[in-house]
Design a protein around this ligand. Structure first.
Ligand code: USQ
Length: 371
């Protein structure tokens, strides 16, 4: 309300607008910020719930709506703008994404819906900020998957920045740090990062683009997905271990990926809200705490739960094995204390065991192929 806004301004509370406030990260972030004295408001149109219904799956742990406004930011521009004018945020965190690589590879419709939703939603946010208050800091969640395995095949450290200088035909070229996604979903993220770069260049708006690794773990109050479309690898393996299905390693499991625990993910976003870019800056942050091979994740979970591992034909197009190395200094400099996967496994197993009977075992094996 208006009175609330005035009172927040008098008490100097930071005002944060979360887009996608009912999601895995959104709910957790909303709670963390509220508990730390921020004024928080959330927008969510329940798109994820509709997609879950379409795919016949449910979150293992309650999937509840957690939003102050129900609009689609990718299509309802005027409404988005009105909310921004009204709430007057210091920071907008854009988590309003269709987050699944497999879903984006299912059909022409799901690929274009993923790209339209994710890219146009972000575009509307740049426009709304430009037209209302260019001082608002936009924090958008990109992905570490913009740095694909074939583009960075060895342990070259991927620079944590927006530009690199390369030598070509006797000239130094300053170019955007090379990106290339490994699915239509990941490609949407590379496009959105380039769009953010452009918005910053022409309108001088402050944007932090978070290249985040695979977020994992259980967080109290947040949903938990483990099926082959919406679940990510660690959360899936934990649910598989609980129901006694051998862990579904795709290919030989030599894929190296970056990870971050859900509590670290929201803690990192909070640090970035508190440390916005300098005026007119486009800041890229590698929101990554650890690197593991898929097989390494399976082995750690096996050690903690005595489960079996199966190696199945990889439904994706990706390198069988790759090395990754990231510069990830910005969050470390801000003081993020790393939660290690190895220390989380038994905790996640304990929580998920309580929901064992609800696990839809028929939704575990992958059905969507890249080819
Ligand atoms: N994988 C398996 N077995 C499984 C599931 C996955 O071996 O049962 C493998 C995949 O082949 C892949 C790796 O695990 O090599 C990661 O797959 P994932 O489904 O956990 O994650 P991904 O599709 O890469 O996407 C997830 C999120 C996405 C986020 C991204 C960060 O869904 O929103 O952007 O992680 S990153 O991976 O850095 O791109």
């Amino acid at each position: 309300t208006c009175d609330q806004k005035v009172s927040d301004m008098i008490t100097n509370k930071k005002r944060i607008l979360i887009l996608g406030s009912s999601g895995y990260i959104g709910i957790a972030l909303y709670g963390l910020l509220k508990n730390n004295g921020y004024a928080v408001s959330g927008i969510d149109n329940g798109k994820k719930s509709k997609l879950l219904e379409e795919t016949g799956v449910q979150s293992l742990i309650h999937d509840r709506k957690h939003a102050d406004f129900d609009i689609d930011i990718s299509t309802q521009y005027k409404e988005l703008k009105n909310i921004i004018v009204d709430f007057n945020p210091d920071t907008i965190v854009n988590l309003a994404q269709i987050p699944s690589a497999p879903w984006s590879m299912l059909s022409a419709e799901t690929a274009s819906d993923t790209q339209r939703n994710n890219i146009c939603g972000a575009l509307n946010v740049y426009w709304a900020v430009k037209e209302t208050n260019p001082d608002i800091h936009i924090l958008q969640v990109a992905t570490a998957g913009e740095f694909s395995d074939w583009l960075y095949p060895d342990s070259l450290s991927i620079p944590e920045g927006n530009r690199v200088i390369v030598k070509y035909r006797d000239r130094d070229w300053e170019i955007p740090t090379p990106r290339y996604g490994g699915s239509w979903y990941h490609q949407a993220k590379t496009h959105a990062s380039l769009n953010a770069d452009y918005a910053n260049r022409i309108w001088d708006i402050k944007i932090t683009d978070i290249c985040q690794g695979i977020v994992y773990g259980h967080y109290d109050g947040s949903p938990y997905y483990y099926d082959s479309i919406w679940g990510t690898v660690y959360n899936r393996f934990i649910a598989q271990a609980v129901v006694g299905i051998p862990l579904t390693v795709y290919g030989k499991g030599g894929q190296m990926r970056s990870f971050i625990n859900i509590e670290n993910s929201i803690g990192a976003i909070k640090l970035l809200i508190d440390n916005p870019p300098k005026d007119k800056e486009f800041k890229i942050v590698h929101q990554i705490t650890e690197l593991y091979r898929v097989e390494g994740v399976a082995r750690m979970i096996q050690e903690a739960s005595d489960c079996q591992i199966q190696y199945i034909d990889n439904p994706r197009i990706e390198q069988n094995t790759n090395d990754f190395n990231f510069e990830a200094n910005k969050l470390r400099t801000l003081g993020l204390e790393v939660i290690h996967m190895r220390d989380e496994i038994s905790k996640t197993l304990d929580v998920i065991r309580k929901y064992k009977d609800k696990i839809q075992t028929e939704k575990i094996l992958p059905t969507i192929k890249w080819k």
